[in-house]
Write a protein that binds this ligand. Sequence first.
Ligand code: PNW
Length: 492
Amino acid sequence: KPSKQDITKKSFPPGFVFGAGTSSYQIEGAWNEDGKGPSIWDHYCHTYPDKIKFRHNGDVAVNSYHMYEEDVKMLKAMGMGAYRGNAPRWGKSSGYQLLQQPYQQLLENGIKPYVTLFHWETPQALEDEYRSFLSPRIVNDFKDFAEVCFKNFGDRVKHWITFNEPYVFCCNAYGIGKHAPGRCSPGNPCAVPTGDSLAEPYQAGHNLLLAHAEAARLYKKKYQEHQEGQIGIALVSMGYEPFDKTNHVHSQARDRSIDHNLGWFLEPLYRGDYPFSMRSLIRDRLPNFTPEEKAKLQGSYDMLGLNYYTSRFSRHVDYSPLYSPTQYKDDAYAEVGIIGADGQHIGEDTGTGWLCYYPEGLKNLLMVIRDRYGNPPIYITENGVGDQDEGDLSMDNAVNDDVRLNYLNDHIAVVKESIDMGSKVRGHFTWSLLDNFEWQNGFTHRFGLIYVDYNDNLKRHMKNSAKWFSKFNGVDKKDTQVAAGELSNGVP
Ligand code: PNW
């Protein structure tokens, strides 16, 4: 149950940042403007339109490529100190000049850019040429792209995030085929079946980790000293609770679930190899690192991004030779679900089906990172909820978003508690600044603090949660109203 502790930005240590995040394919549009080549998401939505709810796509998205001034005003109206967005899209051959303007605008308004280099948009050319992340060739190509970004924007960008959620990327794009490039293991409905290759998610993850390590190494060697910035990666994890606390097999299952989600990527970065439980269960489908690679991976981050939304119960299932592995069955002989042994739900449904309210899960993960992974500086790079809207949610109802407001309040309160318990969290970014293109769900899941009117020129309106954030961040009520009032007149 939402607890409603009274908490504001002032409850946090000085320097702690609050912000909101987005990703380019989800918001920008302008998919073929200014010399940009197609990404795997352009290709996927155009080639397999039925894979996306209502055949939506990101060709126009919420037009932030052209409406970024609006978006910056909204950040300002909420008193946000930071914005997490994407660098110039990989594969864009020109147009860097244009991207100088949004950065300028952010900085002039006192909003720090936190830039994610990769939020799932591989250039289609690299997919066609060598299957992108399934080939080690991706490592150098990613490093080159990262260098273009460090060189062109490093004077203004002081926080770099190489990859967004390798876990979701590998599982959805290579395991269950729900995301571009749509590859999947047998038994899953997908765009591009990949035979019996159950190793693909692990190969993709492996090359991605090596690409991260090379890009981070380059930044640290060549740019960090004079640009004085930091680099990291944004990992996602659900929280996990044992299905039945009174039976140790379920506590062990819970630990394996954490290993196979957070640990899959964090453990190589922390100590140079995958978790032991993954090695022992996934065996020869899990690639190996050379000693040099291990050394490059270890400690290749100044800070860690953690994306947290929800939690699950983890239930031990016995080994059976009939239990054929698919991507999800690799979750370590642990079945995850929302109902525990005594019938209780992990947390209330918040509106999109998969996302249950369970702030405690965030604290638990932060404690795992504190205790098992060396307690690095952390930014909560995503946290938020979506409302389902298949054309049946009125704007009034969408804007009255108490569920989101309570969810954010309570998760932010838990961040504060975790800091008091020794976790080094340095910032919190709500997902998302705006309603946007929610991947396979098209525009039907609205995650924004800001409502986007799809029936009226993509106009932006503050939801109640956005107004709550203004207060939270100490913005004068009048200033917020002025910003909101101005904006509801609708600039372009
Ligand atoms: C994130 N989970 O994906 C992505 O980074 C965003 O682009 C996306 O819009 C947002 O979440 C909302 O879906 C996730 O199952 C997908 O815990 C699934 C989970 C977490 C994050």
